[in-house]
Design a protein around this ligand. Structure first.
Ligand code: HMG
Ligand code: MG
Length: 293
C-alpha cells in the first residue's frame, strides 16, 4: 500500500498544490502499485494540508478506477465516512492508538473512544458497501507514554477485526523499533491473529524500517505500507520521519525474487520528481541511487 499522498504529504509544512497531489497519484498509478492511500477526510483544522480531499479524490478516482487501483482514505469519525462516501470512496482507513497519550494528541479522545468511533464508522461503512481497514498507531512506542505493551496492541487489533476490518496495519509511528521489537510484537499477535490479517506500517526515523519489513516477512506478513521517496510523518508525533521508502522496499523484494508488480525505475523517477517539486531531500536510498545513475 502506497501511503505517500496521505501519510507522506500530511506533515509537509509548505502548501502542496492540489494539482501536485493529483500528479503524484497519476505517476504512482503508472508504477504498477495496486493500492494508493489517496487522502484523508479528517478535520481540516487538524490536518490543513489535506483540506482539498474532495478535489483530490475526484481526480484520483478518474485516474485509478480504469486501472483497478484501490484508493483508501482516512476517516476519524462518522462525519469523515460520510464525506468519504459522498466522494465515492470504496475503502476507509479507521485508526486508533495503542497508547493513550498519542490517542489524545492525534484524535482528541481516549483509545476506547477512538475504537467506539471506529465501530460506528465500520458499521455504517458496511451498509454502504465500503470496505474498512484498521491501523494501530504506536505499536512499539508512543512519543508521550514511552514503550507500548504488545498485549495492548493485540487488544486493539482484536477490536478492529471484530468490528469487521479486513486487515490491521501495525503503525510504528515514531520509527524507533528494531527487529527485536517487531519480533516480540509479532510473536504475541500471531498467537491469535493470522498473518494475512496483518500489515506492517513502519516509519523510518532510525533507519530500521526495511529490517523490520524483512523480519515481518520472515514471520509470514505479506502486506506493507510505504511511501514514495520516504515522505511522511505525523504532525502529532514530533520528530518522527516518513514511512519506509517504497523504492527501498521494492528494491529489497526485487532482489529477493518476490514479485511486487511495481516497476522500480518508474517508482524511483516518481520519488525523484516529488522530492524536486517539494524541494526536499529524496529520503529513499534506493531511489537516490537509481536517480544518480
Ligand atoms: P475535535 O476537535 O475533537 O472534534 O477533533 P470536533 O467534533 O469538535 O470537530 C472540530 C471541527 O472539525 C468541527 O468544525 C467539525 O465540524 C470538524 P467547526 O464546527 O469547529 O467548524 N470536523 C470535521 N471536518 C471534516 N471532516 C471530518 C471532521 N470531523 C470534525 N471528518 C477529530 C476530533 C478526530 C475530528 C480530529 O482530531 C481529527 O480530525 N484528527 C485526525 C488527525 C489526523 O489525521 N492525524 C494523522 C493521521 S493518523 C496517522 O498519521 C497515523 C497512521 O499513519 C499510522 C501510524 O503511522 O501510526 C495512520
Ligand atoms: Mg503513519
Amino acid at each position: 500500500m502506497e501511503v505517500g499522498p496521505r501519510d507522506g504529504l500530511q506533515n509537509i509544512k509548505q502548501k502542496v498544490y492540489t494539482s501536485v497531489k493529483i500528479e503524484l497519484i497519476r505517476r504512482l498509478a503508472d508504477t504498477g502499485l495496486r493500492h494508493i492511500e489517496a487522502t484523508s477526510f479528517v478535520s481540516p483544522k487538524w490536518i490543513p494540508q489535506l483540506a482539498d480531499s474532495k478535489e483530490v479524490m475526484k481526480e484520483a478516482i478518474a485516474i485509478a478506477e480504469p486501472k483497478g487501483i484501490s484508493l483508501p482514505v482516512l476517516a476519524p469519525n462518522v462525519k469523515g465516512l460520510e464525506r468519504a462516501a459522498e466522494n465515492n470512496a470504496k475503502e476507509v482507513v479507521v485508526f486508533a492508538s495503542a497508547s493513550e497519550g498519542f490517542s489524545w494528541k492525534n484524535t482528541n479522545c481516549s483509545v476506547e473512544d477512538a475504537l467506539k468511533r471506529a465501530e460506528d464508522i465500520v458499521a455504517q461503512a458496511k451498509l454502504q458497501g465500503v470496505q474498512a481497514r484498521g491501523v494501530i498507531s504506536c505499536v512499539v512506542a508512543c512519543p508521550y507514554d514511552g514503550p507500548t505493551d504488545p498485549a495492548k496492541v493485540l487488544e486493539v487489533a482484536r477490536r478492529f477485526l471484530e468490528m469487521g476490518c479486513y486487515e490491521v496495519g501495525l503503525g510504528e509511528t515514531i520509527g524507533v523499533g528494531t527487529t527485536y521489537d517487531i519480533e516480540r510484537l509479532l510473536k504475541v499477535l500471531l498467537t491469535e491473529i493470522p498473518a494475512e490479517k496483518l500489515a506492517g506500517h513502519y516509519h523510518d526515523t532510525y533507519g530500521q524500517a526495511i529490517a523490520n519489513v524483512a523480519k515481518s516477512f520472515d514471520m509470514g506478513i505479506r502486506a506493507f505500507d510505504s511511501s514514495v521517496a520516504g515522505l511522511g510523518g505525523c504532525p502529532y508525533a514530533k520528530g518522527a520521519k516518513g514511512n519506509l521508502a517504497s523504492e527501498d522496499m521494492v528494491y529489497f523484494f526485487d532482489r529477493a525474487g518476490v514479485k511486487t508488480g511495481v516497476d522500480l525505475n518508474v517508482l524511483a523517477e516518481t520519488g525523484d520528481w516529488i522530492s524536486q517539486v517539494l524541494a526536499i531531500p529524496n529520503n529513499s536510498r534506493a531511489g537516490s541511487a537509481i536517480a544518480a545513475k
